[in-house]
Design a protein around this ligand. Structure first.
Ligand SMILES: *Cc1c(COP(=O)(O)O)cnc(C)c1O
Length: 366
């Protein structure tokens, strides 16, 4: 039994396997920008970043500056793209040699000003175009101003120009996705007409890679797929799950018929029952809406339903029909199907399940 009440085991071999799976889907010339935001989709960005660096990943990418600094602090040398740089902290971004994805005239101007305070030339930046996601990005109207800035500023080097699909996973939105590509190509051509070099093109996330091989361009932004999920069951089952959430039985309670379990006495035993207490609760990321038979865990190969309300640090499961003892391993998830089932029960997506495992849970590299 581990010293840790609960742990998230990170399967390095699975990560390498998934990376290779996507490399095989892509042309040899297509680069991969591995997305390790949100603490490497919950897996620990320094572990994930290091493994990917050993695998000669072309680029890493995080959402916010602090995530990029955390990677630099563990000595990761790969180029790192910051998807959502804040205007207030561009000096720090430059100091750590991180590459901003600039998304508006004000963010671009602020970056140019920050760069002027340094002696750096040809600093790599990336431009984000809004083609229909309507989240971040330059719009068509801003192109003339953007062109004139690009003509003048020689300290910056536009490494890439990208956009983001609103619905690359949905078959019914194929037409819309094509419209996004048309807009993207038009804006890309307008911008590069004022440059004497060609920034890389990239648009696809995991489901884009799978559904639109024709739009892989120079680079793709691979997130969820690395951790073990495609956008349908078929691809998912070709991949291997990276994070596996486990703990051990903390105590057993032997109850008579008609006794209640936990807060608000939410569950009443229907027969003489054995209840296992597991040291993991909603503050660890085990959603409280999994209470009372919505969710389950796995003990000695059998399903044990959650009974009563998930507590902050503890959860009770019914093991009446399972031979088990204190210290036995409890699996919250160690297969994609466990996470997909949990996501379905919670009316959410696999992304949310894996990225909300709290920092209290130790990440252990396996
Ligand atoms: C998170 C993110 C990705 C990765 O998406 P996945 O679906 O996890 O592959 C790619 N691009 C942008 C802009 C993102 O925010």
């Amino acid at each position: 039994m581990s010293n840790n009440p609960a742990r998230l085991e990170i399967n390095a071999a699975a990560l390498r396997f998934n990376l290779q799976y996507f490399r095989n889907l892509l042309k040899p010339s297509t680069q991969i920008l591995a997305v390790v935001k949100a603490n490497g989709y919950g897996c620990g960005s320094s572990y994930i970043g290091k493994i990917l660096e050993q695998e000669h990943i072309d680029y890493l990418c995080v959402a916010y500056l602090q995530e990029g600094i955390a990677l630099r602090k563990v000595n990761i040398k790969s180029p790192i793209l910051i998807l959502f740089p804040q205007i207030e902290s561009l000096d720090q971004l430059i100091a750590h040699h991180l590459e901003p994805n600039l998304y508006s005239l004000s963010s671009l101007k602020a970056f140019i000003n920050a760069l002027k305070k340094t002696k750096k030339v040809n600093y790599p930046i990336h431009l984000k175009l809004n083609t229909g996601m309507n989240r971040l990005g330059f719009t068509k109207d801003e192109i003339p101003q953007l062109q004139s800035i690009l003509r003048q500023e020689k300290n910056i080097m536009v490494k890439s120009i990208c956009t983001h699909f609103a619905s690359s996973g949905e078959d019914r939105d194929r037409e819309f996705t094509k419209t996004q590509i048309d807009r993207y190509i038009n804006l890309y051509n307008a911008l590069t007409s004022v440059l004497d070099y060609s920034p890389k093109k990239h648009v696809s996330n995991t489901s884009g890679i799978i559904n639109y091989p024709e739009y892989q361009f120079d680079m793709v932004r691979l997130g969820l797929g690395l951790y073990g999920f495609g956008n349908d069951a078929q691809v998912t089952h070709h991949l291997k799950l990276v994070p596996r959430l486990k703990t051990n039985i903390f105590q057993l309670q032997y109850l008579q018929k008609g006794e209640t379990v936990g807060y608000n006495r939410a569950f009443t035993t229907k027969t003489q029952s054995t209840i296992a207490i597991i040291p993991l609760g909603y503050s660890d990321g085990l959603d409280r809406r999994l209470s009372n038979h919505v969710g389950c865990v796995f003990i000695n190969g059998k399903k044990a339903p959650i009974v009563g309300m998930v507590c902050m640090d503890m959860t009770m499961v019914d093991v009446t029909d399972i031979a088990c003892k204190v210290g036995d391993e409890v699996i919250i998830f160690d297969h994609q199907d466990h996470i997909l089932e949990m996501a379905k029960n919670l009316d959410t997506i696999s992304y949310e399940i894996i990225t909300t495992i709290s920092p209290r849970i130790e990440r252990i590299l396996k």
